[in-house]
Design a protein around this ligand. Sequence first.
Ligand code: ARG
Length: 463
Amino acid sequence: MSQKTNQQWGGRFTEPTDAFVARFTASVDFDKRLYKQDIQGSVAHARMLTRVGVLTQAECDDIIRGLGEIRVEIERGEFEWSVALEDVHMNIEAALTQKIGITGKKLHTGRSRNDQVATDIRLYLRDETDLILDEITRLQEGLLALAEREADTVMPGFTHLQTAQPVTFGHHLMAWFEMLSRDYERFVDCRKRINVMPLGAAALAGTTYPIDRHYTAELLQFSSPANNSLDAVSDRDFAIEFCAASSLLLMHMTRMSEELVLWASAQFNFVDLPDRFCTGSSIMPQKKNPDVPELVRGKSGRVYGHLFSLLTLMKSQPLAYNKDNQEDKEPLFDSVDTVKGCLRAFADMVPALQAKKDVMKEAALRGFSTATDLADYLVRKGVAFRDAHEIVGLSVAYGIKSGKDLGQMELQELRQFSDVIESDVFDVLTLEGSVSARDHMGGTAPSQVRKAVDAGRQLLAAR
Ligand code: ARG
């Protein structure tokens, strides 16, 4: 045998790996991102091996010191990653052995890269999920502040994007808040299933060493070791769930984005996005483009894509570990980066939104938004709802012809359609009257918006 085979597993091979295959199968270019968790997991594994008497305390101390130095080198950018060493795990292990000699080779006792990588991703995703939860809360805090400020601001509410009934802007913002509360819960729930420890499963069947998995789990703050070794090395449900929760979050953010884009247009002109969140055009000097919400809307595509990548990756995989699983990382990493980026942009931007109250109010005055209020008024005066609906329909038709909204008509004009209408009708035809009348839990009245904001503050305080 003239050429060297792979140092970590080349024993049974008679020729070295094809140069292209080595590059093709390597993952270090992207999984080096897991270096911190890889070291964290190795330190816990070494401690456990020492506790059960597989390693001596001196060996354990050497391993932990060596890994600590490697971590510093990586963080200083001094570490030399090698594609020949395939992945983050073997790069770090080789460096450790170079540093501390033969003891470095003992670290992998009772362990496989299969349970190691599954552990690393879970540690990584647990940390990232915590950051994401904090960012959702920050965005929600911004929404609460804005909703409180805009509790009395009236705007048109829409169905089919047609003016429907007046609502308060604060109420609209609190609808966004609700969507995000569900997203928060989904990530919290997903975190429970992330936080289970594969270590000890080894390659697939467990190990012959007297390991103490509960101790390792405790050191790494996992809620428990995984129950079944085959499942432990092959399960990626938690990553799929994370991408599903991310997709729903992004879907919600596209809805917010779409509204912001519409509202920032000259046609709506409901809000002013701060200049620092917009860009101009190199050819049209008047332009101020809502790039941030547009980009968030666009970025949903890749996150949905990653969800499908992972579902497809796992489809039909026989137990237990398969090399396919190496493909889980890039979709997951990109989902994490995208979600964090979108949340950060929104959490920074939302508190700086300026509502154009006059324009919103003016828009609510157009489009017969108080038509339902007039119908309810007629019902209160004894008219059956269906008849009331008809009467208001005729009034609206008259309004379209005469160019007047309901609130702008004289009492005589309204009375053409029903003589139960009296001057108190104008209390319900005003925007303020309309929104204030919807004064029950979940309704749009300013007092209810304030209550919802208080409840929201309590919810966030309890997190
Ligand atoms: N780089 C691999 C991955 O990301 C690590 C596990 C490799 N295990 C193996 N038996 N080849 O999944």
